[in-house]
Design a protein around this ligand. Structure first.
Ligand SMILES: Nc1ncnc2c1ncn2[C@@H]1O[C@H](COP(=O)(O)OP(=O)(O)OP(=O)(O)O)[C@@H](O)[C@H]1O
Ligand SMILES: [Mg+2]
Length: 275
């Protein structure tokens, strides 16, 4: 009967996780079939754009190996603390509550060398042991692909409001989108739509769009998969500058081309989850 004894704590943990995140109304996962398309940037900026509108927002960095949300949000040198009820999120800009493995490490550049089952367990533990505040939104940033982390999130949080798929215009975009969409559909998660990041570039003062990474296919992809193109986010060199300055882009450059697109993405998501 030792098997029963081992299984029980996992169920208890899952139930605790469901109970704790149950206090948050809308839970949104951000994923892509591919790396480097801007998932973490979009998750962080979406969280800030929703917080700007007065919503109470939390963000979970579910990328165990490549945790980058703390850096994007400018949380340098900050750490999680715990009290008798659990791990306390770190308060980020505009009151966004941030939970990330990197905020628990002795040094943010220490590598996390966990294999699949440990990564899954770590995500469930984070969901269960963090004292998530009551709130309107939980944005979940995932690592590239549809592996352990994404599976754990969909299996643990059964009442996800939906998934946002991030892509970028290049030859692989269709493959990226179809993998991510198949994952979402197979797991009975609502597909909120597609975000085409790095979609185009406009020179300052000009309205001409240059497709630096390739033809923009967001609209076609959305049609093909019967979903919405939620936003086309332009390439903006100020995003890199904000990172260097250690200030979140949306706050550092609120008038930036991409900042405007991110705010309209937040409005689009609000329309969908509130309809
Ligand atoms: N629209 C954009 N314009 C300019 N730079 C961007 C844009 N979007 C993201 N970036 C930059 O591209 C890089 C990759 O972005 P990000 O880390 O968010 O991608 P990711 O999909 O989360 O990557 P990973 O798959 O490794 O988790 C970062 O340096 C980010 O600042
Ligand atoms: Mg990322």
């Amino acid at each position: 009967m030792s098997g029963t004894r081992q299984i029980q704590p996992v169920f208890a943990l899952l139930n605790k996780a469901r109970d704790r995140v149950g206090k948050i109304k809308h839970k949104i996962m951000v994923l892509s079939g591919k790396g480097g398309v801007g998932k973490s940037f979009i998750s962080s900026m979406l969280a800030l754009a929703l917080a700007e509108k007065g919503y109470k927002v939390s963000i979970l960095d579910a990328d165990i190996h490549g945790s980058s949300i703390p850096t994007i949000l400018g949380l340098h040198g900050m750490r999680h603390f715990a009290d008798e009820e659990g791990i306390l999120p770190v308060e980020g800009p505009l009151g966004v509550q941030v939970v990330a493995i990197n905020l628990m490490l002795d040094s943010p550049d220490a590598p996390v060398v966990w294999r699949g089952p440990l990564k899954s367990r770590a995500i469930t533990e984070l969901l269960a042991k963090v004292k998530w505040p009551e709130g309107d939104f939980l944005v979940i940033d995932l690592p590239p692909g549809t592996g352990d982390e994404a599976i754990t999130v969909v299996q643990t949080i059964r009442d996800l409001s939906g998934a946002v798929i991030v892509t970028a215009p290049n030859m692989l975009s269709e493959l990226i989108v179809s993998k991510a969409i198949n994952f979402v559909v197979k797991n009975n998660v609502k597909l909120l739509g597609i975000v085409e990041n790095m979609s185009y570039f406009k020179c300052p003062g000009s309205d001409v769009e240059y497709n630096l990474l390739g033809r923009s296919t967001g609209e076609e992809l959305a049609k093909k998969y019967q979903t919405k193109l939620l936003a086309r986010i332009p390439l903006d060199p100020l995003i890199g500058r904000a990172l260097e300055e250690g200030v979140p882009y949306l706050l550092a450059y609120p008038e930036g081309e991409a900042a405007k697109a991110i705010r309209s993405l937040a409005e689009e998501i609000l329309r969908i989850v509130q309809s």
